[in-house]
Design a protein around this ligand. Sequence first.
Ligand SMILES: [Zn+2]
Ligand SMILES: [Zn+2]
Length: 248
Amino acid sequence: MIKGLGQLSTLIKIKVNSTASSALLCVACLNNHAPTGLCVPCLSTLPSNTPACRQCALPLAATAVDLQCGECQVDAPDFHRSYAPWRYQFPVNRLISHYKYHQQRAFGRPLISGFIQHLQNQGCFEAHNRPDLIIPSPMHPQKRRKRGFNQAEDMAEQVARHSGIPWSVNLLQRNRMTVSQSGLKRQQRLANLSNLYQVTGTVPARVAIVDDVITTGATARAIASALCAGGAQDVQVWALARTPAAHD
Ligand SMILES: [Zn+2]
Ligand SMILES: [Zn+2]
C-alpha cells in the first residue's frame, strides 16, 4: 500500500530507477509484484476522478446528478469531452511531478498504463469515438530544449503505439512563453492564452489533445479553439489527472 510517497528517500528513487528488477518493483511500496510499476493495492488507492464533468473532467460532488459543471454550462469550451482517470491529489501529484520534472519514467509508467486502460474502457479507441489524430499539448521550443522532455509528447507516443491512432508534434505550435497561470483570475488566464497556439496545416475532423494535467481547463480551451479554427469538428481532451476546483 502507499504509505508515504512524499517521504520517498533518495535511496528508493535510485533503486526504482536503476535496479535490474525495477521492471517489477512498485514505486510506492517496493512490492515486487508490480509489472506496470504500481502494485494492485497501491493502484487501487489512487484518487479516482468520479464523478466528474463529462466535458472538462472537473471533479464534482458525490451527489452530482447532472454531470456537467457550471462553467461548461455557462461558457462551453470547444472540446466536447474530457477523460482524466484521477484527481490531481496525493499521490498522483507526486508521481506526475517525479515523471514530469525529473524525467523519472518509472513514476510515469504506471500512470500511463492505467490511463491507456481507462481510455480503452471508455471506448475512446473504438470507431464511433476514435480520433483521427492525437496531438500532445505543445511546450514552447525554448522550454522544451531547457527541460529536454515534454511529458505530453511521451504520453501521446505511448497512446498512439497502443491504439494505432497517428500522432503529430508539428501540427500545433506554441507561439510564445507566457507568465505563469497560477494566481491569475479566470479572465486574465484566458487573455494570457489568447492566440498562444497556432496550427501549421489542415487539422482532421476528429482530434484528441493529450496533456498530463488539466489544471483550470484554460490551456485545453485555448488549444481546442485553435484546432477548431484550423478545421477540427470534434475535439476531446485526454489527461492523467484533473485538478479539483479551488474551493474543494
Ligand atoms: Zn505498492
Ligand atoms: Zn466542465
